[in-house]
Design a protein around this ligand. Structure first.
Ligand code: BGC
Length: 426
C-alpha cells in the first residue's frame, strides 16, 4: 500500500469525529442509567459508601495506594479549608526489582503481596504513634461497607493469585497483624478515581467527576440519587469496561491477546497500559519494526510525540538503544504520526464519556462542574490535555464554559487520607 493510502485509511479509522463523540456521550449516559437501574450495562456503577468531603476534615492520616505499578505510602496532615501537607512518603515498584518477586504475576500469592504492602506501611509508620489509614485499591471491587471491598477481578494485566473474590480489607488487616504493624488501623477502602474526586472536592465543591488517565482508565462521579441510601454517593463506574465503541482491527487484535478478552474495551483504547501496544500492533503491519509484544511503553510514545528535531533523532536513538532497531526518517515520521492518532483518539474517547456523565447530572448544563483528573497520560503525554479540552468544547459548545478540568496530582493517595478522615468522623 502506498504511504499516503495507509496513513489516510488509518487516520479515518482512528479519528473520532464530532458525531461519534456525541453518540458515545449519549450511549455512555444511557449505560449509566441502565447500570443504576440494575439493568444490563457495561458500566458496573459500584457504590462506594462515600460522599463529598466538606473541606473541614482535619488530622494526621496514613494512606496506602495500590494501583498496579507502584505501591505508595504517605503520611498526610489535613489542615481543613482544603489545605493539606504530605509529611512523608515512599514509593516502591511492584515489578522488576532484582531479586524481588514480581508482585503482579500469578506466581505471587495474596499473602505475599499484602505482606509486602503491610511492610511498606510499617516502614513509614512511627512505632510510638497510632494511625488511621485509607487504602486506595484501584480495581473493580464490590464494596460492602466503607472498609470492606471484594475484588471482582483484576485489570491492567495484573494476575496475583488468590485475591479475586476476596475482601481486600481483610487481606490487609491480616497482613498488618502478621507483619506486627499493630498501630495502624485501616478505616476506608476506595478506588483511585474516588481519591481524585475527593482530593479535588476538598478544596473545590463544584467537583463532581473524578477520573484516572494513567496506566488504567476509569471515572467516578457524585450521584445525587444513588440506588443505595438517600444521601449523594460517589459511584465508581468502572468506565474502562464501557463497550459501545467504534473498534478497529487493531483493537480486536490487542483484545484477543489480552488476559480478559471482550472486557475493559474502553480502557484498552485509552490507557497507558495499552497505548504503546496499539502503536506497536499498527506499526508492525505498516512499518517493519521488530518490537516484542508490550515492548513499547507509554513513556516511549510520549518521547515519540515530543521529538521536534528535524531528523527525529530522539526517536532514532530510542529505537536503536532499546530495540536495536535501525530506522529511516520515513519510518520514524510514520511512527510519530500513528502515535499521534492513537493518543488523540484516547483523549477524545475519555472526553466523550465525561460529557455523558455531565449530561446525566445536568442535561441543561445549568451548573459549574469540575472534572478532576490524575494520571501520567493526562499529566505528561504531549498534547493530551489539550485534545481532551478541545473535544469537550466540540461536543458541548458554549456549555464548555461551565466545565473545568483540573489535574489533581497524587489525588489517589491524598484522597485516601481525606477519605480516612471522613470515615473516622464520629
Ligand atoms: C481499574 C479501575 C481503576 C483504573 C485506574 C482500571 O483498570 O479497573 O478500578 O480506577 O484502572 O487505575
Amino acid at each position: 500500500m502506498g504511504e499516503n493510502t495507509w496513513l489516510y485509511t488509518l487516520s479515518q479509522q482512528l479519528t473520532i469525529n464530532k458525531v461519534e463523540l456525541t453518540t458515545i456521550a449519549n450511549d455512555f449516559r444511557k449505560e449509566m442509567q441502565n447500570g443504576l437501574e440494575g439493568k444490563a450495562s457495561s458500566l458496573k456503577m459500584l457504590p462506594t459508601h462515600l460522599g463529598r468531603p466538606t473541606g473541614s476534615e482535619r488530622g494526621a492520616f496514613l494512606a496506602v495506594d495500590f494501583g498496579g505499578t507502584n505501591v505508595r505510602v504517605l503520611a498526610a496532615e489535613l489542615a481543613g479549608e482544603g489545605q493539606y501537607t504530605i509529611k512523608h512518603q515512599l514509593s516502591v515498584p511492584l515489578t522488576g526489582g532484582a531479586g524481588t518477586p514480581d508482585y503482579t504475576a500469578h506466581t505471587t500469592n495474596a499473602d505475599t503481596l499484602f505482606d509486602f504492602l503491610a511492610n511498606q506501611i510499617g516502614q513509614l509508620a512511627s512505632p510510638s504513634l497510632k494511625y488511621r489509614l485509607g487504602h486506595t485499591f484501584s480495581f473493580p471491587c464490590r464494596q460492602t461497607s466503607v472498609n470492606h471491598s471484594i475484588l471482582l477481578h483484576w485489570t491492567k494485566e495484573i494476575a496475583t493469585s488468590g485475591v479475586e473474590g476476596q475482601d481486600v480489607g481483610c487481606l490487609l488487616d491480616k497482613a498488618l497483624l502478621r507483619q506486627g504493624v499493630t498501630n495502624v488501623k485501616p478505616v476506608v477502602i476506595l478506588n483511585d478515581t474516588v481519591g481524585t474526586l475527593i482530593t479535588s472536592a476538598y478544596a473545590d465543591n463544584a467537583t463532581d467527576i473524578g477520573s484516572i488517565c494513567g496506566t488504567g482508565h476509569n471515572t467516578c462521579y457524585l450521584e445525587p440519587l444513588p440506588p443505595l441510601g438517600n444521601k449523594p454517593m460517589i459511584i465508581n463506574m468502572e468506565s474502562g469496561n464501557f463497550d459501545l465503541l467504534p473498534l478497529t482491527r487493531y483493537d480486536l487484535l490487542l483484545d484477543a491477546d489480552s488476559q480478559r478478552p471482550g472486557e475493559q474495551r474502553l480502557e484498552k483504547m485509552v490507557s497507558g497500559r495499552y497505548i504503546g501496544e496499539l502503536v506497536r500492533l499498527i506499526a508492525q503491519e505498516v512499518i517493519n519494526i521488530p518490537i516484542l509484544p508490550y515492548g513499547l511503553k507509554s513513556e516511549d510514545i510520549s518521547l515519540f510525540l515530543a521529538d521536534t528535531t528535524p531528523d527525529l533523532t530522539k526517536i532514532e536513538h530510542l529505537l536503536a538503544e532499546k530495540f536495536n532497531c535501525a530506522t529511516t526518517h520515513l519510518n520514524r515520521a510514520n511512527l510519530q504520526t500513528l502515535s499521534r492518532l492513537v493518543v488523540h483518539r484516547s483523549a477524545r474517547l475519555a472526553a466523550a464519556t465525561y460529557v455523558g456523565v455531565l449530561w446525566h447530572l445536568d442535561m441543561k448544563m445549568q451548573h459549574n462542574h469540575t472534572i478532576a483528573i490524575d494520571g501520567s497520560l493526562y499529566e505528561k503525554m504531549p498534547g493530551y490535555a489539550g485534545h481532551l479540552q478541545d473535544a469537550l468544547v466540540e461536543v458541548t459548545g458554549s456549555d464548555a464554559a461551565k466545565i473545568h478540568v483540573r489535574l489533581i496530582k497524587d489525588g489517589s493517595g491524598i484522597g485516601a487520607a481525606i477519605a480516612a478522615a471522613i470515615a473516622a468522623k464520629p
